[in-house]
Design a protein around this ligand. Structure first.
Ligand SMILES: C[S@@+](CC[C@H](N)C(=O)[O-])C[C@H]1O[C@@H](n2cnc3c(N)ncnc32)[C@H](O)[C@@H]1O
Length: 262
């Protein structure tokens, strides 16, 4: 009998909140009317629950990610058709990496394939190791997740904006922003390197909003200083593949909010 699979996600994404999603979800207030993720990435927190609010917004600056989730939302069957035979093989991975694709559905399938079958979800190197998992993960399960996330995205609005514009557009008293920006160290993203991200700009944007926010960050002196006037708790999780972790297997992060969190 097939093992029941977790269909509350589609891709592993660098900085994705797979290990922290439970802890974060406990801190999200239940009296919100709009739930917004300005830095949506793989959407681990958004997809963790069937619904967070009457209106939900997924946003990311990365247009490949946004195109993938738009195709999952609007063209799941066509995406599955395109993806079905993109099987796990070192040769096909290399060919796909070098291929030119034209339509949005082809672009989504290529992106999903490279992220799903690569080392650490970075999309660059075929991800097989000595242990099970990695690029050898089930093709059937990925297709089942496309269908499940298609349903989850039914009422979710998908945006492709910078965080300043997104936050300004959706902020009001009943809005809630779960913000998971690039951290101050570690690997960067295609859209921005870690050192170029405007951490001060995000703080300035968040400090004036009418709604509530919850923010996840690396535990660094810079972030502690920037958010010293806000609620802050430390959380520790196991080291993920792309996080630098100088002191053994644990990685420290901060959860910061403009409302009471314990
Ligand atoms: C830490 S990841 C988010 C991970 C996500 N919470 C998850 O669980 O998968 C940060 C995301 O911010 C996006 N990003 C970087 N700069 C941005 C900006 N100025 N505005 C909006 N998104 C941005 C990146 O493309 C990346 O997907």
């Amino acid at each position: 009998m097939r093992k029941k699979i977790d269909t509350r996600y589609l891709i592993n994404w660098i900085g994705g909140k797979r290990l922290l999603r439970y802890r974060i979800s406990e801190l999200i207030p239940d009296d919100i009317k709009t739930y917004i993720e300005p830095f949506g990435g793989g959407g681990w927190v958004l997809f963790y629950k069937d619904n967070w609010a009457e209106l939900e917004i997924y946003n990311d600056l990365n247009d490949k990610l946004v195109n993938l989730f738009k195709c999952v939302k609007f063209h799941p069957d066509e995406l599955i058709k395109e993806f079905r035979w993109m099987i796990a093989s070192r040769k096909i991975f290399k060919e796909t990496l070098e291929s030119t694709v034209y339509t949005d559905i082809q672009k989504a399938a290529k992106f999903l394939y490279l992220i799903s079958r690569s080392f650490g979800g970075a999309g660059r190197h075929f991800g097989t190791g000595k242990r099970p998992g990695g690029a050898a993960k089930s093709q059937q399960n990925i297709m089942a997740r496309i269908l499940s996330i298609h349903e989850r995205l039914d009422k979710v609005i998908i945006e492709n904006l910078g965080f300043e514009e997104l936050i300004a557009k959706y902020d009001y008293e009943d809005a809630f922003f779960y913000c998971d920006p690039p951290y101050t160290s570690g690997v960067g993203y295609e859209v921005i390197s870690t050192k170029d991200f405007d951490h001060e700009g995000l703080r300035d944007c968040l400090k004036n909003i009418k709604g509530r926010f919850l923010l996840s960050y690396d535990d660094s002196p810079k972030i502690r200083e920037l958010y010293k006037n806000f609620e802050m708790i430390e959380v520790t999780r196991q080291k993920g593949i792309n996080n630098k972790c100088p002191n053994g297997r644990e990685y420290k992060e901060l959860l910061i909010a403009n409302y009471k969190i314990t």
